[in-house]
Write a protein that binds this ligand. Sequence first.
Ligand code: DX5
Ligand code: ZN
Length: 220
Amino acid sequence: MTTFRIAPSILSADFARLGEEVRNVVASGADIIHFDVMDNHYVPNLTIGPLVCQAIRPHVQVPIDVHLMVKPVDRLIPDFAKAGANIITFHPEASEHIDRSLQLIRDNGCKAGLVFNPGTPLHFLDHVMDKIDMILIMSVNPGFGGQSFIPEALKKIALARRKIDESGRDILLEVDGGIKIDNIAAAAAAGADTFVAGSAIFGQPDYKAVIDAMRAQLAK
Ligand code: DX5
Ligand code: ZN
């Protein structure tokens, strides 16, 4: 049976009360904290870095999943590992040497993954599958929370699921962007097991109610 994981994106949290926000969302059932790093270069927005990761680390026991939307990639990897990241993913177009970046993440003691934009093909996985612990399929173009789910992502999730099954390896398949109570089941049916949700969770007053409703959809 598949283990499903809910990974709230703190991009939509109240940054003035971030410690309290991450504690609340974990107490409400979050399995992972999704941490969106944007550099105003690879994506047209600017968010948070290793200092903020280090600041929230003592507040939560669950894994912190750092989604790097930065170019270049490599120099931030050791900093995030030191700041307490457990999983680090990056976009293959943003790295000059994909294999080296994946190895660097693992050498720093974290799980490693690649992120695929809506228009990015999965063939970047072909020669590095043995260094991958997570595949992240973007169901919006990266840069902002609160965008609408792009349905074409379902086909790519299914394709990624086949590649994971063929590899025989234990690789998480995460979907990120526009995930809500009413489309999480479709993403799971396509093969996703880990679900990022920012605005759907932090946009509501009762985080537990949203996470419970998402799990109820996954249990159907
Ligand atoms: C977008 C980020 C997402 C985003 C998700 O570039 O990678 O993690 O915060 O937010 P929602 O769930 O609001 O689409
Ligand atoms: Zn993200």
